[in-house]
Write a protein that binds this ligand. Structure first.
Ligand SMILES: Cc1cc2nc3c(=O)[nH]c(=O)nc-3n(C[C@H](O)[C@H](O)[C@H](O)COP(=O)(O)OP(=O)(O)OC[C@H]3O[C@@H](n4cnc5c(N)ncnc54)[C@H](O)[C@@H]3O)c2cc1C
Length: 483
């Protein structure tokens, strides 16, 4: 039987958190699956903005069991293992299991981890004492985080579109503005991009703030305007938020704020890659379990040559996607303590992360669509849950910076930092020398074109580069097992 844990073990060997992974998989099979299906079926949750006394409360009414569903990951250490033991691999392995069963649920865990990491790395001792300890609770009451950058003008071009202002108020700031896409809007804490008063235009003027949901007197620190009605990812509540002189604590220094924002996004992109691969595995497993039993033309679907070829291709894609995503995990673990200005290793991490985020998400969508096709008509019926995979997958290439953004950012880090040289050096011990040389020449030629042509033709380069990197790592598996 294919399970996410069996696949992780095959690719990574036994992990330090093996007991927790076993327990988590068992919990999903006995409890989590049912809760997750109930949350998906319930659809968009309600926002109760006022209580019966006419006071603003902004409560989100989730289906019963939601808290258990989301807290199990924290109990097993999806955040704690990174902050307390610097054990990134175990956290992402837990994320792999989460995403196999409910790709949307990995969002709360990821944004909580990104919040905790920013706080741990850039928060003052007072802030850490007050908030980080709450986030590390494993008693089912862990405080959760969120990461809000996007405003209604658009998420790709943050420099032009973040209008939220931050006005100094003693040691803290007052934030005013609106955030248009606020995932995990029910979290206790959020890290928020805003422009301090007097800061320059563009991305260089942005800074990162920690914003608690409640003020110390218990009143709301910001207001939830509405909940988004989404096609999927219902295990994470996405809303719109009004910040009205909301209390914010500056993380790090304002001068390097954009780098802190990008660190948050890059962590989430790694998680998105891991989650995409897990969804890809789930799609193949679901397709296989159907194809083994469904008979057409006298034999199970899986025994038909055309179907067999498709399964073999998807299994190979899964291995390449996993290798690419896990290389991003491994490099993130290595560079996570670095601060700007970064080393070349950080630029290598960025390039691999952009390739991984782009390619794994695209493959997850295609795999989910193919899984529906393998199921024939049953694939589109909501009662069997197969269509849910596609609903969950559709957001993976969009949030945390869309596929265009990933391709453009991969290009930028090659142009400005020569990250393609670092990548080729990195792969040299395991790559086929002829392929390596061919890529060296191809990349050098590509990067000599006029800038506009480089951008215009990115789709001729990035998908094949990402696939080659994934396949090279997968064939060798050496970098991944170095962890
Ligand atoms: C369910 C959901 C939850 C989300 N949660 C959060 C959250 O918690 N926090 C948060 O900050 N954001 C969140 N987002 C926002 C998400 O990050 C953005 O949707 C994404 O970054 C794209 O921004 P946009 O939607 O404004 O599209 P736009 O920036 O308007 O882009 C529109 C299209 O143009 C493309 N594009 C942009 N620039 C270029 C270019 N130079 N060349 C070619 N193409 C380009 C984009 O890739 C996209 O396809 C969420 C989004 C969704 C759907």
């Amino acid at each position: 039987m294919h399970t996410p844990l069996a696949y992780l073990r095959r690719r990574l060997g036994e992990l330090p958190c093996d007991d927790a992974l076993r327990a988590y998989q068992q919990w999903w099979e006995t409890t989590g699956r049912g809760l997750s299906e109930a949350v998906d079926r319930a659809g968009t949750p309600w926002l109760r903005q006022w209580n019966r006394f006419g006071e603003r409360v902004d409560e989100i009414l989730m289906p019963e069991g939601y808290s258990t569903l989301v807290q199990e990951g924290y109990r097993l250490g999806v955040v704690g293992r990174v902050i307390e033991q610097n054990d990134w691999q175990s956290s992402f392995a837990l994320g792999y299991l989460t995403s196999y069963y409910d790709a949307g649920l990995y969002c709360p865990h990821t944004v909580s981890l990104a919040t905790a990491v920013s706080l741990h790395k850039y928060g003052s001792p007072v802030l850490k004492e007050r908030y980080l300890s709450q986030m590390l609770r494993r008693d089912g009451e862990a405080w959760q985080g969120a990461t809000w950058m996007t405003e209604s003008g658009g998420g790709s071009d943050l420099g032009a579109n973040v209008k939220t202002s931050a006005v100094p108020d003693g040691d803290t700031y007052k934030l005013t503005g609106e955030k248009y896409f606020c995932s995990h809007v029910n979290a206790e804490l959020a890290v928020v991009a805003a422009r301090p008063q007097g800061a320059p235009e563009g991305v260089r003027g942005l800074a990162l703030f920690l914003v608690p949901r409640y003020r110390e007197d218990g009143s709301l620190n910001y207001f939830i305007r509405r909940i988004k009605d989404k096609i999927g990812t219902r295990a994470v509540v996405t809303g719109e938020v009004d910040l009205q002189e909301s209390l914010g604590y500056l993380l790090g220094s304002a001068e390097i704020g954009i780098y802190l924002i990008l660190e948050v996004l890059n962590l989430s992109r790694v998680a998105n890659s891991v989650g995409s691969v897990a969804l890809l595995q789930r799609a193949i497993d679901e397709a296989e379990s159907f194809a083994r039993r469904r008979i057409a033309f006298g034999k199970p679907l899986i025994e038909h040559p055309l179907m067999r070829t498709q399964f073999a291709r998807w299994r190979a894609t899964l291995d390449a996607a996993f290798a690419l995503a896990w290389e991003a995990v491994r490099l993130l673990a290595e560079v996570s303590a670095l601060t700007p200005p970064y080393t070349p290793r950080y630029h290598l991490f960025r390039l691999i992360t952009h390739l991984a985020k782009y390619w794994t998400a695209e493959q997850a969508v295609q795999a989910a669509k193919w899984c529906m096709e393998v199921h024939g008509g049953a694939g589109v019926l909501a009662e069997f849950g197969v269509e849910r995979l596609l609903r969950e997958a559709m957001v993976l290439p969009i949030w945390e910076g869309g596929s265009h953004r990933q391709m453009l950012d991969a290009l930028e880090v090659m142009q400005r930092r020569g990250a393609h040289h670092l990548l080729l050096e990195h792969l040299a011990p395991c790559a086929d020398p002829t392929e390596l040389q061919a890529w060296r020449e191809r990349l050098d030629t590509y990067l000599q074109q006029p800038p506009e042509a480089q951008e215009a033709e990115l789709e001729t380069l990035i998908p094949s580069l990402a696939e080659w990197v994934g396949k090279t790592l997968s064939a060798n598996d050496a970098p991944a097992t170095r962890l």
